[in-house]
Design a protein around this ligand. Structure first.
Ligand SMILES: [Zn+2]
Ligand SMILES: [Zn+2]
Length: 489
């Protein structure tokens, strides 16, 4: 998404404060995202619900856009973990700085947490996990000196290991959602296979490896430091590939990130990337050929989210979302056909309806008139206190929309719902359906989202999106299906 003109709507489209951040949904429906921003080496920023946590901030990285922290967690005392300059920059009045005892001389006002102890700061629970070497050898990480941390935020448990082997205390951790594990250090111990084995034991939903380029860290501290490479003769990039391969089939998602300035931006040709792109003018033409889109009412009138000058077309925010939804839908390839058609989702849709008409005078969205058009009520209402509600694609702000793709998915499932009505599927229980199985409007909308989450090519749908889709289908089950409960609930 480029060139969004409207300030009011920009909030929706801003992809975090920094380039390579990942959004992980909180455990609470509508509770927003936990935003994870790798900064450098072992330095990572976590944001949730207005709170900011900085882990091992290090001024060798670009901290110009990093946010002042409510909590700073320090794992160890080498300068790339405990950096007074970075801490000074990112602390504010009232910041809690949690440290192992070894940091006390440098940070007299730090809160010392011993291995195994826990505390609460800014409403966030923090547990100190031992971080040490089993097999001795330089660089030394003796037992008791350093901390890893488990942080509970947004109902999720995030584990920052610091530098450690996969010691019994680490192996014993339960219910970790996101884990940050060291690699290529301790030397000859946490090599890619060992780090992957540790990840399999911890079994988080999402794993990051970090602190894996020791030469970078050494040179940043001392430009004339001798480089040693990764033990075993791998390049750093090869060690990452080795980790990726070793974790395959575990069900754990590996989030490759840009931890060092020399690394390329992680490849993200996933559903989020696809849904962020303005469709090309050729693709827009193809969609116009398949579906008649009438924008009678557009609450985002006057905005511009895509432009002809960039090879797309001048589109308002809402129009761009409509076209981007259809563009994503065109690309969806399922490993198993949808239960009600052998066609692809997009092909089925274009055969089922003639198009979509966005209007202000429709009481609700419905399908279809004799013209074969889905009517979508595209009105945004603003209440006295300034809160807006109404048509999702034109909303400026709403709870429960965790990613831009999630927003588009909500619209796509509306299209599926309405088009199923046009396949001769009325509701069988008031405005609800009796069962999922009958594949009525709600069952189809449910299944469509389930298929995106579970039956797409590996890597195309990130875990964060899967969790969001899962929540959306749970909501359908709970509120729109009369006779059954779903998902084993
Ligand atoms: Zn270190
Ligand atoms: Zn309906």
């Amino acid at each position: 998404m480029k060139g969004v003109a409207s300030v009011g709507l920009a909030i929706f489209l801003a992809n975090g404060v920094l380039g390579g951040s990942e959004k992980y949904p909180s455990a609470f429906p509508g509770g927003g995202d936990i935003e994870i921003t790798p900064l450098i080496h072992a330095s990572v920023q976590i944001e949730y619900g207005g709170k900011v946590i900085q882990v091992d901030p290090w001024s060798a990285g670009d901290l110009s856009q990093a946010r002042p922290a409510d909590i700073i967690l320090i794992t160890d005392d080498p300068a790339h973990h405990l950096d007074l300059k970075a801490i000074q920059q990112l602390r504010k009045a009232g910041t809690t700085i949690v440290i192992p005892a070894v940091g006390k001389p440098q940070l007299p006002d730090g809160v010392v947490l011993a291995n195994g102890a826990s505390t609460e700061a800014a409403g966030v629970r923090i547990e100190a996990i031992p971080a040490y070497d089993i097999k001795p050898g330089a660089p030394e990480h003796p037992k008791g000196k350093s901390n890893g941390y488990v942080v509970t935020i947004g109902g999720r448990r995030l584990y920052f290991s610091g530098v450690t082997e996969c010691v019994p205390e680490v192996q014993a951790l339960k219910n970790i959602d996101v884990a940050f594990l060291p690699m290529n250090i301790p030397v000859e111990r946490m090599m890619p296979a060992a780090t992957a084995a540790c990840a399999r034991i911890l079994n988080p939903k999402l794993v990051y490896v970090y602190h894996y380029d020791q030469d970078f860290a050494a040179k940043a501290a001392n430009p004339s430091a001798r480089t040693q490479g990764v033990p075993g003769g791998l390049t750093v990039a090869q060690s990452l590939d080795a980790f990726r391969d070793a974790i395959k089939g575990s069900g754990i998602e590996f989030q490759r990130a840009k931890w060092y300035p020399h690394e390329p931006d992680p490849v993200r040709d996933d559903i989020n990337t696809v849904s962020e792109q303005c469709p090309s003018s050729a693709e827009l033409k193809a969609i116009d050929h398949d579906l008649k889109l009438l924008f009678d009412s557009d609450p985002t009138h006057g905005t511009r989210a895509c432009s002809a000058a960039e090879g797309s077309r001048d589109l308002t925010v809402m129009q761009s979302r409509v076209y981007r939804s259809l563009s994503v839908m065109r690309r969806l390839q399922f490993t198993e056909p949808l239960p009600w058609t052998r066609d692809s989702a997009y092909h089925w849709l274009t055969k089922s309806v003639r198009g979509v008409r966005f209007r202000a005078d429709a009481a609700t969205s419905s399908c279809c008139g004799p013209d074969g058009l889905i009517n979508v009520r595209s009105v945004v209402e603003t209440s006295q206190d300034g809160r807006q509600s109404g048509f999702a694609l034109a909303l400026t702000r709403t709870s429960g929309m965790d990613t831009d793709f999630r927003l588009l998915a909500t619209f796509m499932q509306l299209l599926v719902h309405e088009a199923r009505h046009n396949n001769g599927k009325p509701h069988t229980c008031g405005t609800k359906d009796q069962t999922i199985r009958e594949m009525g409007a709600w069952g189809s909308a449910y299944t469509f989202q389930q298929w995106i989450a579970e039956k797409t090519q590996p890597g195309f749908v990130p875990i964060s999106v899967k969790l969001s889709l899962q929540r959306a289908t749970e909501q359908i089950c709970k509120f729109q299906i009369c006779a059954e409960t779903c998902g084993g609930q």
